[in-house]
Design a protein. Sequence first.
Length: 344
Amino acid sequence: MIRKHTKQEYATFTTDDLLADEYFQEWILHRRPDVIAFWQDFLTSCPHQEQNIKEAAALLNQLHFKTFKPNEQQRAEMWAAIDLATPTSTSGKTRRLTRNRWMAAASITLLLLASAWWLTRPSHKEISIATASQETKDITLPDNSVVHLNANSSLRYNTSFLQHNRELWIEGEGYFKVTSRTDNGQKQPFVVHTSHLDVNVTGTAFNVYQRGDRTRVFLSHGGVTVNFKNHAQAPQQLVPGDLLSLENGNTSLQHAVDSAVFGAWQQRIFLFKDVTLASAATIIGEFYGYKIVFQQQKISAILVNAKLTATDLATLTATLSEALQISIKQKGDTLIFGTRQPAK
């Protein structure tokens, strides 16, 4: 009887756990309808495991054993060879190897071959997860830390994530809830890499934003140390409420920043508090996948205080243009901001 775990248990499985699971192997290798139905339902309820499942399935499918079906003559020759190779007992009678024992020996041989492949396979495969425009995604990491990935963002880490330092690379924006973990009595580091800096933590919650030359780190609770690439600046230790910003080589540090601003996007809400229209438009464009153009630069300096739900783009731009009394037009993959023409 093949053991089947609960969905709650499978939700915490790593790639290695799935590879070793008989019920997962049954799905990938034998495609039984009832097993297929279970795993399809599991993927619907636990989409954060999609990447682990793809990785495990790809590795499992690399194990190919060619089936050999001998004819009657070949079968007779095989048994004759087995008889010749089988030692005799002290009474002189031949100890014939039964079919079951022969099959068991063959199975053990195949298992040893598979084990040898498994032990010598590359152990540092990279897992990449990305979101499309308007898509956000919750990702549960192998250590049960959780990353909420914003739209048009990507995250990657190695399958060796738990073996040394827990390291990830992000492009875009993500909110991290990190579990504290020890290795041989020492707290295991957790490092988020961006193009310009590294965020080192042990157990905490924080937001990382990295697009182009703009990088921001906001600490919700716990503690982090920010290390700059190439030691361009001295490391910065943040306390809850701190917002570190790096743009075009210039660094700023704000204290007691409202955490609601960085938590809002996780509920698909744009929360703008005394920000320029240029900044607000950039955030909207990044979420929906649009470029931003201002026909008049004076418009870009308008201060925005608004709470907008990330519905369809047409509704959002109509609401914003009416509130600010400006024109927002969509042309291809570009949003064009301008002054309103007076009504004739």
